[in-house]
Design a protein around this ligand. Structure first.
Ligand SMILES: Cc1cc2nc3c(=O)[nH]c(=O)nc-3n(C[C@H](O)[C@H](O)[C@H](O)COP(=O)(O)O)c2cc1C
Length: 187
């Protein structure tokens, strides 16, 4: 599949079929995450594959009440929990070396972007779930305190084809030479 097609047509999926996700496809998703770039190749991201019904049910309870992904978390065959080892990305000899602190969110997001696009190319649906109690999820999953639970990601076969939410026009967020100097027709 052409990369731009995947980038533009991937959608957040919040309704899933009950069909299981074959393990070889799951492995391909994780392989694509493995090859994502990371700070000085430190690869701080880690993943927990949750298929157990009871654990999934417990994880649903960590989502905010209003979270539209709640039903999806229940019905989906697999939830990939993205974690990250802290104090790796953006650190040298244990010291933070940029004004942005720990880059773990950034590196984990890069891996998840690979994963979501690969999932789409394989006919699978995903949704990023960030609105949840990460500490509580960490307790459920025995995550040690030097590791952050970054995101929950349901994965399964889509049972809906959502319309794409609008994106801002380039002219509203791309500037020429200095911040605020908007581009008109050509870059
Ligand atoms: C970091 C992050 C956290 C998100 N958290 C949630 C969430 O908790 N629940 C949910 O239903 N969608 C969540 N989303 C999905 C966004 O709402 C969705 O990506 C956005 O509306 C654009 O839609 P699209 O993914 O179909 O293009 C999250 C997306 C990102 C990138």
């Amino acid at each position: 599949m052409d990369l731009m097609t995947a980038i533009k047509n991937r959608r957040s999926i919040r309704k899933y079929k009950l069909d299981p996700v074959p393990d070889d496809l799951l492995e391909e998703l994780l392989e694509s995450a493995r090859w994502a770039p990371s700070w000085a190749n430190t690869q701080c991201r880690e993943f927990i594959i949750v298929k157990d019904k009871t654990i999934k049910e417990q994880l649903v309870e960590t989502l905010t009440e209003w979270n539209p992904a709640r039903p999806a978390m229940r019905e989906v065959p697999v939830v990939i929990v993205a974690c990250a080892k802290l104090k790796r990305a953006g650190f040298r000899k244990g010291e933070v070396i940029t004004d942005k602190g720990d880059w773990f969110m950034f590196d984990t997001a890069l891996a998840l972007q690979n994963l979501t696009l690969t999932a789409y190319s394989l006919g699978l649906g995903t949704v990023h779930v960030g609105a949840f109690d990460a500490k509580e999820a960490g307790k459920i999953l025995n995550v040690p305190d030097y590791v952050a639970v970054v995101e929950l990601m349901p994965v399964g076969y889509p049972a809906e084809e959502p319309n794409p939410p609008l994106r801002k026009e380039l002219s509203t967020f791309v500037y020429r030479d200095k911040y605020g100097a908007t581009i008109d027709s050509s870059i």
